[in-house]
Design a protein around this ligand. Structure first.
Ligand code: FES
Length: 148
């Protein structure tokens, strides 16, 4: 049995420890804000935090999260008041919205590590998160907005 903390709550998982964290949070815990896009680490839709670091939920196994703290979009802020979420709303970033929880989780972790990134650092930090609607300019603007 694997024990881990998700959004501040102790959880245990007694299935295959190689199960991707993405499926545990979505299918077992019903935290479906974390999205399945590509399943192979290329799109970033499944981004969650593992001990504060952005990771791909589709590539991170439950076993790798054992004893660690996982944060999903639902746990980033209980009322949507994280500075990145506020910036996302103020700048109307999403179009279809599918990739946005992953984008926000990536941005939040990046700003935790580097509170005042340059535009180049924002581009580099967000480059692994794909948006099919092409909202990249608004994403960069919102990260910059959240950093000020
Ligand atoms: Fe995990 Fe695309 S679903 S990176």
């Amino acid at each position: 049995m694997v024990k881990l903390r998700i959004n501040g709550v102790e959880q245990s998982f007694d299935g295959d420890p190689d199960t991707p964290l993405l499926w545990f949070v979505r299918d077992e815990l019903g935290l479906n804000g974390t999205k399945y896009g590509c399943g192979v680490g290329l799109c970033g839709a499944c981004t969650v935090h593992l001990d504060g670091v952005a990771v791909r939920g589709c590539l991170t196994t439950v076993a790798e999260a054992a004893g660690k703290s996982v944060t999903t979009i639902e746990g980033l802020s209980p009322d949507g008041s994280h500075r990145v979420q506020i910036a996302w709303r103020e700048l109307n970033v999403p179009q279809c919205g599918f990739c946005q929880s992953g984008q926000i989780m990536q941005a939040a972790a990046m700003l935790e590590a580097n509170p005042n990134p340059t535009d180049q650092e924002i581009l580099e930090g967000m480059q692994g998160n794909v948006c099919r609607c092409g909202c990249y300019q608004r994403i960069v603007s919102a990260v910059r907005h959240a950093s000020t």
